[in-house]
Design a protein around this ligand. Sequence first.
Ligand code: 6PG
Length: 477
Amino acid sequence: STAQIGVTGLAVMGSNLARNFARNGFTVAVHNRTAAKTRALVEEFGHEGDFVAAESAKEFVDALERPRRLIVMVKAGEPTDAVIREFAPLLEPGDVVIDGGNAHFEDTRRRERELRERGIHFVGVGISGGEEGALLGPSIMPGGSPESYDALGPMLERIAAKAADGTPCTSHVGPDGAGHFVKMVHNGIEYADMQLIAEAYHLLRKVAGYSPARIAETFRTWNRGRLDSYLIEITAEVLAHVDTATGKPFVDVVADAAEQKGTGRWTVQTAMDLGVPVSGIAEAVFARAVSGHAGLRAASRGLAGPSAQPLAGEAADAFAAKVEQALYASKIVSYTQGFHQIRAGSEEYGWGIDLGAVASLWRGGCIIRAAFLDRIRAAYDARPDLPGLLADAGFAQEIGAAQDDWRAVVAAAVAGGIPVPAFAASLSYYDALRAERLPAALTQGQRDFFGAHTYRRTDREGSFHTLWSGDRTETTA
Ligand code: 6PG
């Protein structure tokens, strides 16, 4: 047994992760259900480091130093359970099984519980950064027991992306499903970021009449400012790309039906259960759903819309700066909502997640990496009990400075008939938080009227009910 770590499941994410470990000086046992893939990996990339090719599960397990560390990189769901069923009987107490897939955190909690009974550490690890990240340095979000992190953490720190200040983009997030939970919210934020960028593009194109090439340039400019992020950078690339077959902008030849594997949806489902308003993220998930309903869209195409003319001249030129404000403000809201969800999950499951540390490990390697995350980290480091990002003086000041343009952009979208679900939901969230009084008081009155559900008062303690169908006197419930 010579390998310090093993990877089973050698599709692209698995093999790139195995290569990353090998390139960082670790001896890596590699295994795949079909051995041909294992052989192919070693043949092609054997020169990059020390690999031990294992044909069988037994060979794989025997190749690993104790306590064993083996990373499972198969499809989330039943395939992961199948691999665990195959390997668990071959393992010993103290061994660490790591699931690097996009598992649902509830599955991770269950697997952790089941394996703990056999003395085996099960570590659900969120890994972000796509194929390239897995190879060159992803952002890594490990859950599991603190002991398992002792055995695993130093290796993860070696292969993880490094933030600009050199800090590895990984740290122990919390026990059992905490890592996969945080990865799930990462993906929810990823959906929101992508949708907000898409709305910005749509507005610039339709309201201000910019070409895709001009929008690419606009995004390149933004990427040098406070919106500096991976997603803005790649958006500029996609928008600048021209389809070779037709000579048209690439974005004009791609079918406009966005797909999803489901992690964004999980974020919203879980947020519902936790009672956390993640309206920006939810709108991003729904926007993908709307785009996919081809029949419904075709049947609705003739519906009446406004007869707005695109902006021209100086007004068109000036519009980009307003959209930048709207995008930035909405982005603050998405992160506010995502971090709220992480805090709520952490409280619900007793994970003790450090929000500043989460912001820190998202600074590099992952899909949502952005300069902005340094600011979030600083906000939570300065005040770990911050009730929400908008309570941070810096963010409050920026969003306050953006809000006039934000409103103007949403108003222009509404007037022009351009859907901006995420911009609008984010702005409504901001206004709801700001409001002195919400119409929820009226909702309470309605509930009491039709269902005697009772209400509380602003001026006295207790629960009350008004005799709506009687003489309308108030009773103490
Ligand atoms: C990442 C990504 C990745 C995710 C894809 C696809 O962090 O590297 O989040 O894990 O699977 O982005 O997501 P959808 O198919 O749901 O868009």
